[in-house]
Write a protein that binds this ligand. Structure first.
Ligand code: ARG
Length: 467
């Protein structure tokens, strides 16, 4: 077998190059080229630190930085040729730098290793994604708040076990998701704080004998501080795992919401109708309008959580410090981030363009004896019955409704008095769904008055953030 030439970056001790199969297994350039901009940013920061500390000459540093900027333009314009032979983004860029500026390019890697380099690049990439995702979560919350405010008093059935439980308001339901997405927002915020320490300068694993200034690179890359332990710095992928687990929880929330939208948009429910832009038709059944957008978002949690599990399994049992296994982190992070991003962005539009059918909501809210708890509460309040007793009496009244095939509010007073003679006609006040929701005005309850309070609180929070 003809032996290829050994690698120009690290091949000094090698007599031959790699088998082509090994090349394919080993190369990450197919995916880590997405780190180009972060890699160049990290290298410029490193070169300027080497210059400030006098580790390399000013003239070498300046041509290195100018060369890196040129490479950035080549990458941005699509003129850069990525090569599998050069394994990864770090070596592709360094090799191009050498073509452009000659031997001085070899000084850039002083006091640095690809191990601290790749962790730095990936952290910078994840940090940018977190910032974008947090912005999109805010957009989604804004849409939900708009919907909640305009439909604060629209009644709908509230479910437990997907069985009609008690009437709630549309506004209340939308605001539930505002709270859920807020926890995702805060989890991203929190993950960003832990991520934001600079590993650059940890070098291969043990630090370096050169008099580097880690504060300099940390500051210029927008990190809060340099990491404190070089072994930990190059072997840590917690930031990626944390990103993936926060992304998984957020995707799970989207999935639950989408499941509701899918149910609500069925002919049997008819609560909502998705806009044409976010639906598809069937190639055989002309009447169909399918909620594909919501179904796909419902599914995304599968791959996003899959990425979380995959990387957790990659990291499990790895000894300190860097191991090549860790190269497997990036595809998971990229895929999860892309899919969460598109899901959130589509969700914003789904909410914005969805039609809500007030009559269908109201009709469903009144069915299924949804005000039975209100009747039991009335018996407790007005007749001073213990709740358990009131619960039992209400159950008997519901049984009569079932026999007669009517709702609680259309039962006669006489029917009710046959079960409990002290019931008066004022009971009918609590049997309407409107009165039911208005009465639930406890803090965080479904009453329109409470929903509006929450809407106003949220608007204030979001406005203050913009200012
Ligand atoms: N391509 C590698 C990665 O993505 C870069 C680090 C390689 N380091 C090494 N010592 N081989 O993780």
């Amino acid at each position: 077998m003809a032996k290829s030439e050994s690698n120009t970056m690290w091949g000094g001790r090698f007599a031959s190059g790699q088998d082509t199969l090994m090349e394919s297994l080993n190369a990450s350039i197919g995916f880590d080229q997405r780190l180009s901009i972060q890699d160049i940013r990290g290298s410029i920061s490193h070169a300027s630190m080497l210059r400030e500390t006098g580790i390399i000459s000013k003239s070498d540093a300046d041509i290195i930085i100018a060369g890196l900027k040129k490479i950035q333009l080549e990458i941005e314009s699509g003129d850069f040729k990525f090569s599998v032979k050069l394994e990864d983004i770090h070596m592709n860029i360094e090799a191009r730098l050498k073509e452009l500026i000659g031997e001085a390019a070899g000084r850039l890697h002083t006091a640095r290793s690809r191990n601290d380099q790749v962790t730095t690049d990936t952290k910078l990439w994840v940090r940018e994604q977190i910032d974008e995702l947090m912005k999109t979560i805010r957009l989604l919350q804004q849409q939900l708040i708009i919907s909640a405010e305009s439909k604060a008093d629209w009644v709908m059935p509230g479910f437990t076990h997907l069985q009609t439980a008690q009437p709630v308001t549309w506004g209340h339901h939308m605001m539930a998701y505002v709270e859920m997405f807020e926890r995702d927002y805060l989890r991203f915020y929190d993950a960003r704080i832990r991520l934001n320490e600079s590993p650059l300068g940890a070098a291969a694993l043990a630090g370096t004998s050169f008099p580097i200034d880690r504060q300099h690179t940390s500051d210029s890359l927008g990190f809060d501080r340099p990491t404190a332990n070089s072994l930990d710095s190059v072997s840590d992928r917690d930031f990626a795992l944390e990103f993936l687990s926060v992304a998984s929880i957020c995707a799970m929330h989207l999935s639950r919401f989408c499941e509701e939208i899918i149910i609500w948009s069925s002919a049997q429910f008819g609560f909502v109708s998705l806009s044409d832009e976010f639906s598809t038709g069937s190639s055989i059944m002309p009447q169909k309008k399918n909620p594909d957008s919501a179904e796909l978002i419902r599914a995304k949690v599968g791959r996003i959580f899959g990425s979380n599990v995959a990387l957790m399994m990659v990291m499990k049992g790895l000894p300190l410090a860097f191991n090549k296994d860790m190269q497997e982190d990036k595809e998971q992070v990229f895929d999860a981030s892309d899919n969460l991003s598109i899901s959130l962005n589509v969700m914003v539009k789904i909410i914005q363009t969805m039609q809500v059918n007030r009559e269908a909501l109201e009709e469903a809210a009144s069915s299924g004896f949804s005000t039975a708890t209100d009747l039991a509460d009335w018996l407790v309040r007005e007749l001073n019955l213990p709740f358990r007793k009131a619960h039992h009496i209400t159950g008997e009244i519901v049984k009569i409704c079932e026999l007669k095939g009517c709702s609680l509010s259309s039962l006669t007073l006489e029917d009710m008095q046959n079960i409990e003679p002290r019931i008066t006609k004022s009971v009918f006040n609590v049997l309407s769904v409107q009165n039911s929701v208005s009465s639930r005005s406890s803090l965080g309850g479904t009453a329109p008055e409470q929903v509006i309070k929450q809407v106003l609180r949220w608007k204030k929070i979001l406005n203050e953030e913009i200012i």
